[in-house]
Design a protein around this ligand. Structure first.
Ligand SMILES: [Zn+2]
Length: 79
């Protein structure tokens, strides 16, 4: 598992208006910030990725969100 701090590489901006938790958008520049552990994971992770608390985990282009209510959708831009 790779746990690099994405904030060192990207600036993240909340997607407004906040998407519905039941219908989270995905995309190469869309990231989910876990509100429980504050880690940021890409919404379509190509490599194995997970947040520290396990709310977000995925790989091979699929991300599983255990509790979408505890996710903030953000857009990442390379610094
Ligand atoms: Zn988490």
């Amino acid at each position: 598992m790779l746990n690099i701090d994405m904030r060192k590489i990207y600036n993240f901006y909340p997607v407004e208006p906040a998407p519905d938790a039941g219908n989270l958008p995905t995309g190469g520049d869309i990231y989910y910030e876990c509100l429980d552990c504050q880690m940021v994971v890409n919404s379509v992770p190509h490599i194995k990725a997970a947040c520290a608390c396990g709310n977000l985990s995925g790989g091979a282009g699929d991300l599983v969100v255990k509790n979408p209510q505890r996710v903030r959708v953000v857009r990442g831009k390379l610094k």
